[in-house]
Design a protein around this ligand. Structure first.
Ligand SMILES: Cc1cc2nc3c(=O)[nH]c(=O)nc-3n(C[C@H](O)[C@H](O)[C@H](O)COP(=O)(O)O)c2cc1C
Length: 352
């Protein structure tokens, strides 16, 4: 892993996935997810797709400014192209953190305007910013001023009390006027009181047609659609109407889906022929992390979905749940778990 404190000290850029000055492709993105899209999950995601654009978990400006920035910003060089998602609403702080993102070699910096949690609302972070398009525009302008990285915004189609089409257009136009040209749109509103973050990903209805209408109305903007996408067939459908798709829960819970992204969406060869190969390709990384003192279960909890829906997958998960936290757990534990998976079910032709 890169210790990004070194990058901070030297100002060296570790950016390698995207040519300087060029934009990463957002045709297929893996969504930012707190506690889920950690560097360990992202390493697996990158083994399965060379072309997907990966997003970090949200990091608040406060955490970067007052906490251990090196720890929050670390990633493995293979993760490129990689976007850092920031949570915040102070233009100066966001500008500082966007510069940090560039110094640490990220390929994009994204502002979170979609998270509905109470904790972040109290700090004017996340979806509540949909009520303050002018403030979001100031943040975007300050971030663009401080970095050459693309600055993008991930948002909802509205929030309760501000969920009209006109309010959404006002938001887009105000933020676009500040120079944002890429919008990742979670196609449902957030209800800021009374629903948990999980409910806010399930209860407000998806309105894909609103996102399609945004692309039709603002063809010069890059529009990436997000929310409830579960297969590559659905991705193909959305790509008739939008520039890109972002997949969250399905990519985490069934990461083998990612193995079809390169052939199906980019016409590139699939990087991995089987789930077993993908897991084995992680072994050197896992070994290095174990040597750094990372417990096996901190990594394996992000790999449990790999054998989702295949014979022996449940036994694989059970073995890891029962053994990966034990002292001395290591690659042998993973080998034993792998032996529980029936090879036949996993070398099937890759499909969504
Ligand atoms: C566990 C979890 C954590 C999430 N954390 C974030 C986050 O840090 N930033 C963000 O913008 N969205 C976050 N989201 C929302 C996702 O990025 C995405 O917008 C949402 O899950 C809808 O996409 P999906 O239906 O493909 O999962 C999170 C979602 C989940 C399930």
């Amino acid at each position: 892993m890169i210790d990004n404190r070194d990058a901070e000290k030297t100002g060296n850029s570790a950016r390698s996935g995207v040519k300087p000055g060029s934009e990463p492709s957002r045709r297929f993105c893996v969504a930012p997810m707190m506690d889920w899209t950690t560097p360990h999950f992202r390493y697996l995601a990158r083994i399965l797709s060379r072309r997907a654009l990966l997003y970090t978990e949200m990091v608040t400006t406060g955490a970067l400014i007052h906490g251990d920035a090196g720890r929050f910003l670390r990633y493995h060089p293979s993760e490129h192209p990689l976007a850092l998602q920031l949570g915040g609403s102070d233009p100066k702080e966001l500008a500082y953190c966007a510069r940090l993102a560039e110094q640490h070699g990220y390929d994009e910096v994204n502002l979170n305007v979609g998270c509905p949690s109470d904790r972040v609302q109290n700090n004017l972070i996340g979806a509540c910013l949909m009520a303050h398009p002018g403030r979001v525009a100031e943040c975007v302008a300050a971030m663009r001023e401080s970095t050459d990285l693309p600055v993008t915004v991930k948002h909802r189609i509205g929030i309760n009390g501000r969920d009209s089409w006109d309010a959404l257009c006002e938001f887009m136009e105000t933020v676009a006027a500040a120079g944002c040209r890429t919008f990742i749109v979670h196609a449902r509103i957030a209800i800021l009181e009374g629903l948990s973050p999980k409910e806010n990903r399930e209860i407000p209805p998806l309105k894909y047609d609103w996102v399609y209408r945004l692309k039709a109305r603002y063809p010069h903007l890059e529009i990436v659609i997000n929310g409830g996408i579960r297969s590559l067939a659905e991705c193909h459908e959305h790509l008739h109407h939008t520039d890109g798709v972002m997949v969250g829960r399905e990519a985490y819970q069934n990461p083998w889906l990612l193995a079809s992204v390169d052939p199906e969406l980019f016409d590139d060869p699939a990087p991995m022929a089987s789930r077993q190969d993908a897991l084995r390709a992680m072994f050197p990384f896992i070994e290095a992390e174990l040597a750094r003192g990372v417990p096996l279960n901190h990594m394996t909890r992000h790999l449990l979905g790999l054998f989702h829906g295949v014979p022996g997958g449940r036994q694989f998960r059970r073995h890891l749940s029962e053994h990966a936290h034990r002292p001395g757990a290591g690659l042998a534990t993973l080998e034993t778990a792998l032996a529980k998976v029936h090879t036949d079910g996993t070398r099937a032709p890759i499909s969504a």
